[in-house]
Structures are given as C-alpha cells and as structure tokens.
Write a protein that binds this ligand. Structure first.
Ligand code: NAD
Length: 543
C-alpha cells in the first residue's frame, strides 16, 4: 500500500481518427467488421462475474440487414435480477473500500485499451448492431467513451479534494461515501458511450450497479462488459441483466436496496420509473437518487443576419447524422423569409448528395434506423405529413424496409409552427421547418421557447450580436446545451457538459463533476485533538 497522494493523469480528449482511405485504422476496422459480421455470438446474463444462460433468448440483427443475425442474448428473469442485487451488495463490501485511485486505474486502463486494441472492435460492434457509420461510431463508441472514463477519473480526484475548513485543535474532513445499495443503470440504444458511462460513473466512486442495456444495443453492451473485465473491474461491481424492461425494472425498483437510478432514454419511460419509485418510497433504506437524461425536440433558429451556408450545413449534419437518432438532433428549424430561398437551395443541394445504405460501405453518410418499431413510428409521421394541410415534404419522404430499415433524409416544411412534427420527438431522419416573417423575430423567440415540453439542445445562427443576445435571453431555459452559430449536436466531454431541463431530464450533465456529485453521500468527520473536559464555560465564573 503506497502512502502517496496520487494525481490522476491530466485528461485530454481522445483524437478522432479519420478512417480515410489508406489509413491503418480503416484497415483494422474493415477487418473487425468482416470478422464480426461472419460470426454469431451468444450473450449471457452476467451476475457476480458468472455467466448465466437462462434459455429465454432473443436475437440481435443488423438494422441495415435485418435478416442477418449477429447474436442471441439470454434474458434475465426475476430470479436472476434478484441474484444481481445480492451479487452487487456482496461486491460493494470490498469495492467501496478500495483506494479511490485503484478504482480510477480500472477506468483509465479501460480507456487506454479502448484507444488501442479494443477500438476497432467497439466501433465495429456499434456499426453492425446500431447502424452507425465509421465516423459516427468513432466519435461515440471510441472517443466519447474514452473521454467519459478519463474525465470522470479526473473529476473524482477533484471531488475527493473537496474538504471543509478546520479550526485550531480540530480537523474536519469529508468522507465522500458511495451510496448504500445498488445503482440501477438503464441505457439507451443510441450511444455506446452512454451505455459505458451510466454504470461506470457511479462505480468509480465505490458504488455497484445492476445494468440493463437496451435490447437493440446488447451487442455493443456485451463488448463494453468484456472491455471492463479486461481492465480489471472486479466481478459483481457491474452486473449485466438484459431482459424485459418492465419486468426487470419492477423487480429492481421494488428493492429496499435501490440507491439510485442512472437512466438515459425517453421521457415517458423516465416518468414511469419516477412514478414507481414514488409509489415504493416507504420501502427504501434511503432516498434513491434519480438521474435521467431524456427526450428532446432540438431547434435551429436562424436570424435574418445568419450565414445561410452555416445554417444549411447545421440542418444537414445536425438533423441527419446517425439518421436523426441523437437526443440532440436538430429537428425543428425556424428560418426567416428573407433567408429562406438561399437556405432552401443549399439544404436541398446537400440532402441530394446524401447516400443512405449499409454503413460498412464507407461512402454512405446514413445507415438504417434502429428497428421495426422505430421504422413504423417514423414512417407514420411521414404518412401523416403527406396528408396534412399546410404541410409539404420538400426533400426525401421515401423509405424501404425490404433489406434494412432505411428512411431517406426528409425535410418537411410547415405553415403552422405548432404542427405535431414541430412539437413531438420523432427520433429519425425527419426535420421540420417553419418559415417566419423577418419582422416577427420577437414572436418567433417566444414560439421556439414554448412549442415543446423539452429543453435539451438548441442553436441560434446570427451575425448581429444583438440578435444573439436576444436569443440567449429569451431561450435561457429552452435548452440545457445552447449553441451559437453551431449545430446543436456533437457535445464533447469536458468541453460542453451535456444535459437538458424541463421534460429533457434532471440535467445532471453526464461526464462532469456535477454528475458524480449524485453518486456520493458525504460523511462529515470532526476530530478534536484536545476535547473539553468540563461542562462549564468561563462566563459562568461569576454572577
Ligand atoms: P427508451 O426509453 O425506449 O429506452 C431506454 C431504456 O429504457 C432501454 O434500456 C429500455 O429497455 C428501457 N425501458 C423501456 N421501457 C421501459 C420500462 N417500461 N421500464 C423501464 N425501462 C424501460 O429509449 P431509446 O429508444 O433506447 O433511446 C431514445 C431516447 O433516448 C430518445 O427519447 C432520446 O432523446 C433519449 N436520449 C436522451 C439523451 C440525453 O442525454 N438527454 C441521450 C440519448 C438518448
């Protein structure tokens, strides 16, 4: 045991590799894609480091080739979920007492493994299982996950340094304890990095987790688990329980040992989790921490002074990358009449160049949407738009599910700024646009603020500083991540801490110290070196 006061290596953002033709990373990724697409793996439930095959299975197929099965996974039933809670509690007895720097070392090692040998594997899993392009996989499954691991270790060090004042004869300390019980990590399909972060951020601080991945991202989730295992994560600290979401949740949210929920996904599901926790409140040992990052209806607002090219590029990149399935994806756009002809021409020109198809063909800019359910929901919106008055599909609108769940990048122009496509989260490559009279800038600011219940991301484009100021003020509560002259996607860990308010979540900013604060319960320790030996005070000496 060393007596040093360790310093976590200074964090830095993992450089994004280009995967350009001729690059070594491209060759490695292509090889991993070919190998992994040629195999069919079996994914067990993992509890206390033990692999369990329940026999109740589901298959994982490629969104862009739904006949191609990548894996079969075993689903945890009630008995396994209960075992996972016991395994987590057992593991916490040791893990919570590990020196904090050793817990950091596990994540730092995972980051380095992922930056090297594991990189093509995690990227390939994300491309095949979630239909991301090489670039989208690289910025998520490799870079963002590495950043989460490195920056969280750095923030943990800062958090542990947070200590109170002491006074003569007294030493005050804060013991940043982990929560008593387990954290239930519930992860979405759309970011492999979030799946890596939600169970590990609490674990870094000495917590233990029961992790339920999304059924559509079990494939990359399994790779995360193997990576963490190789990095030295002890058995039982993170337990992997894919399964029926409602049944798994009912068991875990009913447990006396539930210490917290670390959720990312849709608003409706987080509401149901919060409601269940409320109903069960008398059962718990302590008040569970509820952290949830949820849906969005993210805007781009152009002012008459905006640079039309920048607006068009933001619509296309912000709206269609990863098929619009980012919580931060631009999905409602407001353009002034005077700028519209130019923005229209540029945007339509860019959309025309977009290739949609199998992401393992690197020429494609977009892949398929995640599954049949998403495909039906998104195409349902397109069908509605085809019929509705005052609504025109000005680009795309075509879809085809013969081989994969492909939907063309679609741009819909609406007269009514309150039409459902301007208000509801579509979570697909459908961007809706409203043209407003230049003179109604002030009213438009109000419309942008009040149109949806969400407040995740938003962008304003303007070259006039006064317009930027006005938008900044009017839209202060309309987005947790606010962009000026930039697209509303692509937040980087350590640079733009991510999360939204209103119906978009608890805004605990994943990958920042603010998030880590939710996973500790500090104990204050006061130690007195010369304790009082009498109950009397000096003032009592005379009448
Ligand atoms: P989802 O809500 O369908 O699923 C998220 C997770 O919840 C999955 O693990 C799923 O299995 C589980 N789940 C589903 N039903 C449940 C139930 N009844 N009880 C408990 N758990 C249940 O979301 P998704 O389709 O995986 O992801 C897309 C959503 O996530 C979008 O709304 C998007 O905006 C949001 N999202 C938000 C952020 C953010 O940071 N704000 C980031 C990524 C995604």
């Amino acid at each position: 045991m060393s007596n040093s006061v360790p310093q976590v290596p200074a964090p830095f953002n993992e450089p994004v590799l280009s995967h350009a033709p001729g690059s070594p990373e491209r060759a490695e990724l292509k090889a991993a894609l070919a190998r992994m697409a040629g195999e069919q793996i079996e994914i067990p439930v993992v509890i206390g480091g033990r692999e369990i095959r329940t026999g109740n299975t589901e298959t994982v197929s490629m969104p862009h080739d739904h006949g191609h099965v990548l894996a079969t996974f075993h689903k945890a039933g009630e008995a396994e979920v209960r075992q996972a809670v016991e395994a987590a509690k057992e593991a916490q007895r040791e893990w919570a007492h590990w020196p904090w720097e050793d817990r950091c070392a596990v994540l730092l090692k995972a980051a380095d493994l992922l930056a090297g040998r594991w990189r093509p594997v995690m990227n390939a899993a994300t491309m095949l299982g979630q239909s991301k392009t090489a670039h989208q996989a690289e910025i998520d499954a490799a870079c963002e996950m590495i950043d989460f691991f490195r920056f969280n270790a750095h923030f943990a060090e800062k958090l542990y340094q947070e200590q109170p004042l002491s006074s003569p004869g007294v030493w005050n300390r804060l013991d940043h304890r982990p929560l008593e019980g387990f954290v239930y990590a519930v992860t979405p399909f759309n970011f492999t990095s979030i799946a890596g972060n939600l169970p590990t951020a609490p674990a870094l601080l000495g917590n233990v987790a029961v992790w339920k991945p999304a059924a559509t991202a079990v494939y990359s989730g399994w790779q995360i688990l193997k990576l963490l295992e190789e990095a030295g994560m002890p058995p039982g600290v993170i337990n992997f329980v894919p399964g029926d979401p409602k049944a798994v949740s009912d068991t875990l949210l009913g447990s006396r040992d539930l210490a917290g929920v670390h959720f990312t996904g849709s608003t409706a599901v987080f509401h149901s989790i919060w409601r269940t926790v409320g109903e069960n409140i008398d059962r718990y040992r302590s008040y569970p921490r509820l952290v949830g990052e949820t849906g969005g209806k993210d805007f781009i607002l152009a002012h008459a002074s905006a640079d039309a090219e920048a607006v068009a590029a933001a619509i296309v990149r912000g709206g269609y990358e990863f098929q619009g399935q980012k919580c931060s994806a631009a999905s409602r756009i407001y353009v002034p009449e005077s700028l519209w002809p130019r923005v229209r021409e540029l945007t339509l020109g860019m959309i025309e160049k977009i290739k949609v198809g199998d992401p393992t063909d690197f020429r494609n800019f977009m892949g398929a949407v995640i599954d049949r359910k998403a495909y039906d929901k998104i195409t349902g919106y397109i069908k509605h738009a085809e019929q509705a008055d005052g609504v025109e599909i000005i680009a795309g609108g075509k879809y085809d599910d013969a081989r994969g769940y492909f939907i063309d990048p679609t741009l819909v122009q609406v007269k009514d700024s309150a039409y459902r496509l301007m208000c509801e989260e579509v979570f697909g490559p459908v961007v809706t646009l409203h043209v407003y009279p230049d003179a109604r800038w002030a009213e438009t600011l109000k419309i942008v603020d009040e149109t949806t219940p969400y407040a995740l991301t938003g962008a304003v484009f303007a070259t006039e500083r006064k317009a930027v100021l006005e938008a900044d003020r009017a839209l202060r509560n309309a987005a947790g991540n606010f962009y000026v002259n930039d697209k509303p996607t692509g937040a980087v860990v350590g640079q733009q801490p991510f999360g939204g308010g209103r119906a978009s979540g608890t805004n605990d900013k994943a990958g920042s110290i603010l998030n880590l604060l939710r996973w500790i319960t500090p104990r204050t320790i006061k130690e007195t070196f010369s304790p009082a030996r009498s109950f009397e005070y000096p003032f009592m000496g005379e009448k």
